[in-house]
Design a binder for this molecule. Structure first.
Ligand SMILES: Cc1cc2nc3c(=O)[nH]c(=O)nc-3n(C[C@H](O)[C@H](O)[C@H](O)COP(=O)(O)OP(=O)(O)OC[C@H]3O[C@@H](n4cnc5c(N)ncnc54)[C@H](O)[C@@H]3O)c2cc1C
Length: 285
C-alpha cells in the first residue's frame, strides 16, 4: 500500500530532532528502523505530517558496557546486539531474547528505541527492560529525564513518552557473572510475535538457594510485567522440580490474558506457566 504524504527531516543532533518534533504539536513522529512505523503508515494507523529520521543523530547507535551495566543507544539494532560478543557475558538474557525478535531482515533495521517506543505487549525488548529494572533515558523540549521501565509502558502501543520526547538510551543494571537465567517464548512460526514468553533470572546464596529472583512475561496482557507471586515462590528455595512446579502454577494464576484470534485466555494462561517452567529448567541446567 502507498504511504500517506508526509514531510521528512533528518536532523544531526538530539536538540534539532526534539525541536522538529515540538514544532508540529504532536503531528510529527520519530522514525528509526521503520519496521513498525512504516506498516502503521501504510495501514493509516498513523499519518503524521512530519517524520523525523534519527539515523543521522550521532552516538545513538552505541553499546557501552561498564561495571554499572549495559547502555544501549536508541538506534542500536537487533543485529548489533546479536553481533556484539561482549554481550554474551555482559547480558546473556538480553542476547537470548533479541535472538527471538522477528526475522533476519527486520533484525537488520529494527532498533531498541523503536521497540520501546512502539510498546507492543508481546515484544521482547520491553519485556527485558521491565524484568531487569532498566531505566529509559529520554530528552524533550523540557529537558532530559530518566523513566523506570515499569513506569514507561502504559498499555498497548502507549508509553509515558511526551510527543516531543526522544528515547536516547536504555540502561540495564550490571549482570553478575554467576547469575542463572532463562528466556523462553512460544510463537506459531519462528520470528512471529510471542503468544506468551518468560524472561527470568536469579542469583544464589552460599547454600544454592535462589535470591534476587526476577520473572517477567510478555504477550499475556496489555504490557510486559513482572510476576511478584512467582518471584516469591523462587526466592529462598533450591530450584528443583517441586519449586518449578509451584512456579508454573503461580505464573498461570498471576496472568489474566484475553481471548483473541490466536488463542483462548485459558490456553495463554497455561502457556505462561509452561514458559516459566521451561525458562527455569534452562536457568538451573
Ligand atoms: C514482520 C515483522 C515481524 C516482527 N516481529 C517482531 C518480534 O517478534 N518481536 C519484536 O519485538 N518486534 C517485532 N517486530 C517489530 C520490530 O522489532 C521493530 O523493529 C520494532 O518494533 C520497532 O523498531 P523500529 O526501529 O523499526 O522503529 P520504527 O518503526 O521506526 O518506530 C516505531 C515507533 O517508535 C517511535 N520511535 C522510534 N525510535 C524512537 C526514539 N528513539 N524515541 C522515541 N520514539 C521513537 C516511532 O515514532 C514509532 O512510533 C516485527 C516487525 C515486522 C515487520
Amino acid at each position: 500500500m502507498k504511504l500517506p504524504a508526509f514531510e521528512y527531516a533528518a536532523p544531526t543532533s538530539i536538540a534539532e530532532a526534539v525541536a522538529l518534533l515540538a514544532s508540529r504539536g504532536g503531528d510529527a513522529k520519530a522514525i528509526a528502523g521503520g519496521q513498525s512505523l512504516v506498516p502503521m503508515l501504510a495501514f493509516r494507523v498513523a499519518s503524521p505530517a512530519l517524520l523525523v529520521d534519527l539515523r543521522k543523530v550521532p552516538d545513538l547507535d552505541r553499546i557501552a558496557i561498564s561495571d554499572d551495566g549495559v547502555r544501549l543507544g536508541a538506534m542500536v539494532r537487533w543485529r548489533d546486539i546479536e553481533d556484539d560478543a561482549r554481550l554474551a557475558v555482559a547480558h546473556p538474557l538480553l542476547k537470548a531474547a533479541v535472538a527471538q525478535v522477528a526475522h533476519y531482515q527486520v533484525r537488520n533495521r529494527g532498533t531498541v528505541g523503536g521497540s520501546l517506543a512502539h510498546a507492543d505487549p508481546a515484544a521482547e525488548m520491553p519485556g527485558i527492560a521491565v524484568t531487569c529494572e532498566a531505566e529509559i533515558a529520554v530528552e524533550g523540549s523540557s529537558g532530559a529525564r530518566v523513566i523506570r521501565a515499569e513506569d514507561f509502558f502504559l498499555g498497548p502501543l502507549t508509553t509515558a513518552l511526551a510527543a516531543d520526547e526522544i528515547i536516547v538510551e536504555v540502561r540495564l543494571p550490571a549482570w553478575p557473572a554467576r547469575r542463572r537465567w532463562g528466556f523462553q517464548e512460544f510463537a506459531r512460526r519462528r520470528g512471529d510475535f510471542a503468544m506468551a514468553g518468560a524472561a527470568l533470572y536469579y542469583d544464589q546464596d552460599a547454600q544454592g538457594r535462589a535470591i534476587n529472583a526476577r520473572v517477567g512475561v510478555i504477550g499475556v496482557g496489555d504490557r510486559p510485567r513482572r510476576l511478584a507471586a512467582v518471584e516469591a515462590v523462587l526466592n529462598g528455595c533450591i530450584i528443583d522440580d517441586a519449586t518449578i512446579a509451584r512456579a508454573d502454577q503461580a505464573a498461570a494464576a498471576s496472568v489474566d490474558p484475553d481471548d483473541d484470534i490466536h488463542a483462548s485466555a485459558a490456553y495463554r494462561r497455561a502457556l505462561t506457566g509452561t514458559m516459566v517452567e521451561r525458562a527455569l529448567r534452562c536457568a538451573c541446567a
